[in-house]
Design a protein around this ligand. Structure first.
Ligand code: BTN
Length: 263
């Protein structure tokens, strides 16, 4: 049996609350999905900023309708919900990836649009969802505020390959041997909030260079889910993936397009 996890809720609250009035930290032993729970709360009219951590998710969700499977203690699963009013939304999940990878240190790469990798294996995934909440004020530039839910799942300890997969996912302990879920959350929480606030103010541009420095696809052959193949050439100012194909330069911006390095 794993020892109980000691979560640094107070330290995170002290660091974050001054920049995010009304912020709270909540740790639950179990829930279906932290993203689903924050979406339920938003739809019920509760748009308060909150960091919701679950030691175990019974119905974790990934992108494109997939599930997210993780085990208590061996992974970190949480969602940050807060009202945001950026001028545009594209590039948001890339900015989140930059913030999380930066907080966790070297050796971690970013795979467009929102995966963190170690040596070609997935370490973490990001699921960004938004909800319209009646009564959320627009900001001074009249940009529309939406309740934004940033869900992050990180493998802390090595885990076996999932059925149907050839290789096991990456784990944070490969690059940070002492990593545990609470310590990882403490490293990420404030940089994540700062990144979201910076994105709301200035968009993706301030994250462009840091994304490029960790961009694992750059210069590699890729295939898109529609069958197109080409060479990935970084991202543009809005975070769209640039792919040189036989038909010319293609900008891939849809989060519904999956991109794989071609084998
Ligand atoms: C992906 O790679 O497909 C995204 C995975 C996101 C998983 C996290 S775990 C915490 C939060 N709650 C969820 O149900 N999903 C996200």
């Amino acid at each position: 049996m794993q020892p109980p996890l000691l979560w640094p809720s107070e330290a995170i609250w002290e660091a974050v609350a001054p920049r995010l009035p009304g912020f709270t930290v909540e740790v639950l032993p179990e829930i279906d999905s932290t993203n689903t729970e924050l979406m339920r709360r938003a739809r019920a009219g509760s748009p308060d900023p909150v960091l919701l951590v679950a030691e175990r998710q019974t119905a974790g969700r990934g992108r494109r309708g997939r599930g997210w499977v993780s085990s208590a203690g061996d992974s970190l699963t949480f969602s940050l919900g807060l009202p945001l009013a950026p001028a545009g939304w594209s590039g948001l999940s890339l900015a989140v990836g930059v913030a999380v990878a930066g907080a966790l240190g070297p050796g971690i790469t970013l795979k467009w649009p929102n995966d963190l990798w170690i040596e070609g294996r997935k370490l973490a995934g990001i699921l960004v969802e938004t909800a319209t909440v009646a009564g959320l004020a627009a900001d001074s530039d009249q940009a529309l505020a939406r309740y934004t839910i940033v869900g992050i799942g990180i493998n802390i300890a090595p885990q076996p390959a999932m059925p149907g997969q050839d290789i096991a996912p990456a784990a944070l302990r490969e690059v940070w041997p002492q990593a545990d879920a609470p310590g990882t959350l403490q490293r990420i929480a404030l940089p994540l909030v700062q990144a979201l606030q910076s994105f709301a103010r200035d968009g993706f541009a301030p994250f462009e260079a840091a994304f490029a420095a960790r961009d694992v696809l750059k210069g590699r052959s890729v295939s898109l889910s529609d069958g197109t193949t080409g060479t990935a050439s970084g991202v543009d100012r809005s975070g769209a993936l640039l792919v040189h194909t036989a038909a010319g330069l293609q900008l891939v911006s849809s989060s519904e397009v999956s991109v794989r390095p071609a084998s």
